[in-house]
Design a protein around this ligand. Structure first.
Ligand SMILES: NC(=O)c1ccc[n+]([C@@H]2O[C@H](COP(=O)([O-])OP(=O)(O)OC[C@H]3O[C@@H](n4cnc5c(N)ncnc54)[C@H](OP(=O)(O)O)[C@@H]3O)[C@@H](O)[C@H]2O)c1
Length: 349
C-alpha cells in the first residue's frame, strides 16, 4: 500500500540543535538495531518507520551489522526508503556506523581506515543512498592510532559519503582526543552516541556528558528504555516475543525480582506524572538539555506512538528526580562498558 506521511508531523515533535552545529535533531530518534532483521516481517518494519515519520521522527539510526544477518537492517531500510520515503530524503537524517565485526578477515572490524571506508561504501549500497547524514566510528579501537580512525571519518565526509562525523561509546578522555584531531582536520565531531538511561549513568560518572557540553558536541542517547526494562512490559512477567525471550542482548538476569520491584516503583512515579514508564524514561534522558535526542527501538508501531508522547511532559520536580534515584538502580546492565574502557570483552554491538 502506498504511504503518505501525516501532514501534521512537524507540529508533533521538538527539534534540538545538535551541539554547536547547524543540524537539528528530533528529540526522539528511531534505531534499527533490533526488529529490522530477517526475523521480522517486512510489513512490521514499514509500519514502524511510517509511524515514526508521522510523529516527526526524522532520524533513523543504523549500523553495518544490524540484523540478523548483519547488513539486513540496512537492506530493509533501503527498501522502505524506495517504497515509502523516496520523496522525503531531504527531510531525513540517516546514520550508519562501523566498528564491530562485519566480515571475515583482518579488515572487517575495529577502526582502520581500510575497514571504515569500505564499510561505509557497503552501507550506502545496501541502503541505495549516495550519502548518509552521519557516519560514526562505532567503538574506540585501542590498536589503531586515533589519527587513522578520525582521518577515515574526515575522508568519508570530504568525499561526500557522509555529511557529518560522529563517534560512539568513546569515553570522555578519548572523546576529547578524537574531537581535537577532527577539529585539526577541519571536520568537526558533531555528535556522540553513548548508552544512557536511568539505570545506566556511566556518561555522568565518566564526565562525558560535561565534556560534550564543553566541546559543543551533540549527543544521541541509545537504549533510553534499557532495552525495554524501563517500560511496563515486564511487570507481569516476561511476555512472549519480547526481547528478553530472544536470548540476544537483554539478559535474563537483568530482570531479577529486585529489578522488577524497582521498575514497578518507577512505573508508579510515571503514572503519577500522567505518563507511561517508557515516556518518563525518555523524558528523564532529555530532562536537563544535556542530551540532544533519545534513540529508541521498537518492535511495534504502537510503541513508537507511546514513546513519541514523551515530549508532552519533559519537566521533573526535584522531588520526582530524587524519588527516581531511589529506585533506578541497575549499574550491571551496561553492555557497552568495556567498549569505553578496553578491547577485551567488548560488547557485540
Ligand atoms: N552505538 C551503539 O553501540 C548502540 C548500541 C545499542 C543500540 N544502539 C542504537 O540505539 C537504538 C535503540 O536501542 P534499543 O532498541 O535497545 O532501545 P530501547 O528504546 O532502550 O529499547 C527498545 C525496546 O523497548 C521496548 N519498547 C519500546 N517502546 C516501548 C513502549 N512504548 N512500551 C513498551 N515497550 C517498549 C521494545 O521491546 P520489545 O522488542 O521487547 O517489544 C523495544 O524493542 C538501536 O536501535 C540502535 O540504533 C546503538
Amino acid at each position: 500500500m502506498s504511504y503518505a506521511p501525516s501532514a501534521e508531523r512537524y507540529s508533533k515533535m521538538i527539534y534540538n540543535r545538535c551541539g554547536r552545529s547547524g543540524l537539528k535533531m528530533p528529540a526522539i530518534s528511531l534505531g534499527l538495531w533490533h526488529n529490522f532483521g530477517a526475523d521480522t516481517a517486512h510489513a512490521t518494519k514499514r509500519a514502524i518507520c511510517q509511524t515514526a515519520f508521522d510523529h516527526g521522527i526524522t532520524h533513523f539510526d543504523l549500523a553495518n551489522n544490524y540484523g540478523p544477518p548483519p547488513g539486513s537492517a540496512e537492506a530493509a531500510f533501503g527498501e522502505i526508503l524506495r517504497t515509502d520515503l523516496a520523496g522525503y530524503r531531504d527531510e531525513l537524517i540517516i546514520s550508519s556506523k562501523a566498528g564491530y565485526l562485519m566480515w571475515d578477515g583482518p579488515y572487517g572490524e575495529w577502526g582502520s581506515r581500510k575497514y571504515l571506508i569500505a564499510s561505509c561504501e557497503q552501507s550506502l549500497k545496501r541502503m541505495g543512498l549516495d550519502y548518509v547524514d552521519i557516519f560514526y566510528s562505532h567503538r574506540f579501537d585501542p590498536d589503531t592510532p586515533l589519527e587513522e580512525t578520525m582521518g577515515a571519518l574526515d575522508h568519508i565526509v570530504r568525499s561526500g559519503k557522509a555529511l557529518y562525523a560522529g563517534i560512539s561509546s568513546y569515553n570522555s578522555q578519548r572523546t576529547k582526543q578524537a574531537a581535537a584531531i577532527l577539529k585539526d582536520l577541519g571536520t568537526p565531531c558533531v555528535i556522540h552516541q553513548p548508552s544512557y538511561n536511568m539505570l545506566n549513568r556511566w556518561v555522568e560518572r565518566d564526565g562525558l556528558k560535561d565534556t560534550l557540553k564543553d566541546l559543543g558536541i551533540g549527543s544521541i542517547a541509545f537504549t533510553p528504555l534499557a532495552q525495554g526494562m524501563l517500560t511496563n512490559k515486564y511487570l507481569g512477567g516476561v511476555p512472549a516475543g519480547s526481547r528478553a525471550t530472544q536470548g540476544k542482548s537483554l539478559k535474563a538476569d537483568f530482570l531479577s525480582d529486585k529489578a522488577i520491584e524497582n521498575i514497578a516503583k518507577l512505573n508508579e512515579i510515571a503514572n503519577n506524572r500522567g505518563q507511561s514508564l517508557a515516556q518518563m524514561a525518555i523524558a528523564w534522558v532529555l530532562r536537563d538539555g544535556g542530551i540532544t535526542t533519545a534513540l529508541i527501538g521498537a518492535s511495534r508501531p504502537e510503541q513508537v506512538t507511546d514513546c513519541a508522547g514523551a515530549i508532552g511532559n519533559l519537566d521533573f520536580s526535584p522531588e520526582e528526580l530524587a524519588e527516581i534515584d531511589i529506585y533506578a538502580d541497575g549499574e550491571n546492565i551496561n553492555l557497552w562498558a568495556q567498549s569505553s574502557e578496553t578491547k577485551d570483552g567488548a560488547a557485540q554491538r
